[in-house]
Design a binder for this molecule. Sequence first.
Ligand code: PA5
Length: 444
Amino acid sequence: MSVKVNTDYLAGFIRDDEISNLRPYLRAAQKTLLEGKGAGNDYLGWVTLPDDYDREEFKRIKAAAQRIKKSCDIFLVLGIGGSYLGARAAIEFVKSPLYNALDKDTPDIYFAGNNLSPTALTELLSICKGKDLCVNVISKSGTTTETAVAFRIFKDLLVKKYGEDGARTRIFATTDKCRGTLKAYSDKSGFETFVVPDNVGGRFSVLTAVGLLPIAVAGIDIDELMQGAKDAKEALASPSLKKNDALKYAAIRNILYRRGKNVEVLVGYEPYMLMLNEWWKQLFGESEGKDGKGILPDSVIFSTDLHSLGQYVQDGQRMLFETVVSVKDPGAAYEIPYDPENIDGLNFLAGKQFDEVNKTAMIATLLAHTDGGVPNTLIEVKDRSPRSLGYLFYFFEFSCAISGYLLGVNPFNQPGVESYKKNMFRLLGKPGYEKLDIKLKKRS
Ligand code: PA5
């Protein structure tokens, strides 16, 4: 198994029988999910995706990735939320957060269309000068402002650089199969299109073309990624709490939440996990945070953040718990050197591997934080391979769905995201929206 939940550091916080007492509820939630009988059941395509994905499209994704690799220096991925976080998380996890700076035979990859910052846009445009470019615009709805505006700009840039015909071969659109502005635009312009399946929501879409095309362009084996998800799908179909770690993780979260632990901090010990943390935050935050309920997902990279948030975790308000994702084989080895002069006094570390020291920091922190009253769950991941990551993606998606059903919310909608959009369109005068004037209440 690529992913295992270790409950050793929950001793004193959760008894084993508390987890097993939840068994009937967990089984009911799992049955509801697998039989497709719960809230949001028209968004369950991700459950069977590792077996059921469109093989013909999968081949087209690989072929497009090969063409993109050959024809550009920079691959621009335009998308927001579920339309970019998974791909970025995968590239950083399997390759590196410094992917663009590495010596490689694949293009640099920049993510845009996920904010409205003129600074970020101007900087990226200047990086693109004199470079060969390809663009993947990703939007299920096809109408998301951040992404659509960025696409308007980069499409114009490509048309100016390569002409209409040249640009057409360099633009790839991932969107709804038949609906929406982006689909209509792509069909009219002749861009190659890939599908976000109707029954897969944005934050559950990393194993569709949404994630797979950018991931394949980065040179990551997407067959292995899907195989990892398939391994997880098979393991997590088990109704046995002993064998099914996603049920265990969902149970732990639920018990802690009911005990007033309203914040979950996902902890990584490697900078390459930063964007995975961001993907996880969106997955759980957007799935559970509704109807006045839900655990607030937060994240840190230790030991870096032990020097910022560490103080709060150790000693602040006792409303949080930690979930530590530990990668057994970090994928690189480096020995701390010996210095005969030892002026810095570090020879007690000489000859030790960085990873040994990093893992020791992890154990030291687990002991300190549990002593400080913070329940800790350890999620052990075998390595940084695409197969382990595919497993981990599916593991979190499955746990999230079970958690949402235990909480009594629909984990697959996101009605709250519309509020800011509506106000923004009203303030900006979008046709069809009633004008909104800002009248802030005076403070007395
Ligand atoms: O999870 C979700 O559904 C959202 O985060 C969407 O992915 C995000 O809002 C982008 O939407 P779209 O792909 O329609 O542009």
